[in-house]
Design a protein around this ligand. Sequence first.
Ligand code: IPT
Length: 948
Amino acid sequence: MDLPHHEDVSPGTGTLPPRSWYAASDAAALSLNGPWRFRLSPTADAQDDAFAADGYDPAAWDQIAVPGHWVLQGHGAPHYTNQLYPFPVDPPRVPTENPTGDHLRVFDLPADWPERGTAVLRFDGVESCARVWLNGTELGDFKGSRLAHEFTVGPLLRPEGNVLAVRVHQWSAGSYLEDQDQWWLPGIFRDVTLLHRPEGCAADFFVHSSYDHRTGTGTLRVDSDVQGRVTVPELGVDVATGEEAAVPVRPWTAETPRLYDGVLATAGERIPLRVGFRTVAVEDGLIKVNGRPVLLRGVNRHEFHPETGRALDLETMRADVLLMKRHNINAVRTSHYPPHPAFLDLCDELGLWVIDECDLETHGFTAVGWRGNPVDDDRWTPALLDRAARMVERDKNHPSVVLWSLGNECGTGRGLTAMADWIRARDPGRPLHYEGDRSCADTDVYSRMYADHAEVESIGRGTDEGPEARRHLPFILCEYGHAMGNGPGGLSEYQRLFETYERLQGGFVWEWIDHGIAHPAYGYAYGGDFGERPHDGNFVCDGLLFPDRTPSPGLVAYKKVIEPVRIEGDGRAGTVRITNLHDFADLSHLAFTWSYDVDGESVADGTLAVPTVAPGESTEVKLPPAPTRGKDAETRWTVRARLARGTAWAPGGHVVAWAQLPVEVGMILPVPGGTAPVREDGRIRLGPAAFDAHGTLLSFGGLTVEGLRVDVWRAPTDNDNGMPWRPEPSVAARWRALGLDRVQHRLDAVELGEDALTVRSRVAPAASDLGLRVAYRWQSDGTRLLLTVDVVPEGAWTVPLPRVGIRFGLPGAAGPVRWFGGGPGEAYPDTAQAALVGVWESDVDALQTPYVRPQENGARPDVRWAEVGGLRIDSDHGPWFTARRWTTEHLDAARHRPDLVPGDTVWVNLDSGLHGIGSQSCGPGVLPQYELTATHWRFSHTFSLTGR
Ligand code: IPT
């Protein structure tokens, strides 16, 4: 059977050989972005190709924006799967139901379009394949969605009325190679450009710009198929193509992204060059740049925008790089395909180490035991080699690209080896990455995803099992810290390993941004929200940024964890030790400041002189004498490292690193007492507080208090819920199985003592003999109210608890909140790295972290006191404080943000214990030190009125 083009395994026909991509030269160019005429058909052959003929009238067609995906412009719908192919696995065949978009664009050449020379038509990205006609002549077809494809079109062009016709199928044989964990989003989603190719222009060129760290010499050689001159005025370089120039230079690194402007001039074209001198090599089992090992503080970046999908504008790309730089991120893996090339220009300019990954993933074959995997089937090898070449040729002139990656999650096979061989021969200047082959036969780096801390440590020590040769390779975690929903936890512990073992050269958090699609009813949609099947739910929302690019608490924590400067010290002694964790930069770009805080408020501040510290070195400096010693006050130093001057990525003063050094701990709460509880009209009164006959608090002063009792439940986070495909139950499954989401409170005794009301109760789930004995002891000095709670586990608890503390409702309390404790953002036991102790002001609504799928969120740690709705709570043990306008049960039931409808009551949780977060949505669970195991808890809170 003869298969149509879109179903054959070939990469395509009629395209030009791949070449390097550059934004602009002096050759004419015409952008064909903008409104196109569009027609959607349900199958690949529903329409013939008459639409491509000259003179076809598309009057009845719709309009669509190019670049764009039709499913995000009102035609059809997006579909999300993680690993599964959303069609039967029968390569290279695809379903008959194959949404097909015909695109038409009529254009005139600008009046000054050169007459001589020729022209090419470039497509920077079309999913999943395209067949192209110009003025009725078929140019060819291609697959390889996130790669550039060009056709020569010179003789076909006419001054006016050129008709460009493109037929795009959602599914093609190429879809089998593009099974990345993301939305399936068909369309012409990157630029379409007509490029003039003058006579005497180069078909391609390769900039070789290395750096010898021993001599400080940069060597530049530009290879090209035509003769030309290479000039770099700043360096006095003026050489022929193919000729080498060796000059003293400042090297390019991600920390110091020094670029030199140059020009490649051939007879027909002047191409601007941005040259960065650097040498990447694996030496002594380490990835070294310019002779030094690097530590990658990375993220995995998919291209995503909540309205336009993978069609990103330049501002969005720049926003991503700026946000990364401002959060101490120094590396990006372009998971799992080459990004829009302009993104790499930004990485060159602003400084990021890049793993450029090929557009290749065949993960869905895992569901069929990897039978028929294209990467191990020679018929597909031309397609794989085409993809490798299109990536390398397009991106080879970027200094930021330091590693090539063959793809993601493809299993193993001969096709991958063929790609590796080809890449090594074409570009020996960059090591190779691929995670999916544990033998590391085709790679220069041992790479893993989601390995737990213990295994990473054994790899660091070199005591891991596996092939001997692998033990001599550098190691990276190409994915770790699964940022789905609340979390990830465990990042500091990984970072400590990376900093301890030289071989561990860092990692890339999964992933940069939530792929939530803006939706009128859901806020942000995730898998299943368009009725698609099969789907993988909100597994597509696992980023450090929310879909609108607001940083999540996970990103703020990651920034703290990967600070390139470590600040430690002894607040009492007034000494600070500063360690430079950069690989290349000294600290002269930073200015240090101190502030002295009394009870969370800064009372004095100043600058701290720090000598220049070379990378890897430390210094010790003295703080000034402590300004005051507040009596009974809690005091601390806060030391910050800030940018001394504005940079291309952040203004002067931007905080890069900080630490707090405690001096004096605060006073312990005086315990009120002395008031006797009395029964009155079926109620119990204790000073300013009223209780019902069962000892439930009703009001305090003039404030109504609802439902105060011990609480153990939280709305499971994505990390609590774990990985649905794993056989072992997640912690949330164990919680629900035990019934911690529906515990019963049995009243055992109400005791009126001389100066205390004691209420005894047993809190336990149905159908179990496990329980918690709870005693609430209430006391008052006439104005304040002291609550001491004892929680004693009964039975053999083998499950950690979600939380232990009290919860209560304050009707009508929405509005401002103040607290002295950790802030300003959310923090949990293993995600609290960025919590800064101070006095913070916010608002109940602003305390919520808007995870795309609602879940436990918003806790503030170490709260000494908090004020909400006229109530002040002082706590001696620094509990976690949470306040929200819905209950945990509402939060647990909600599927999307709009499901959370605020009620009149603010529900407050004060947790004396919280279970950690971990990274079990894809990776290890909560580390033992962050598990909330059952024990005897005693905690107390003092209530008073704020006089609001
Ligand atoms: C891993 C994938 O490489 C990545 O694309 C993403 O799916 C991530 O997991 C989870 O969000 S594969 C996983 C089975 C380890």
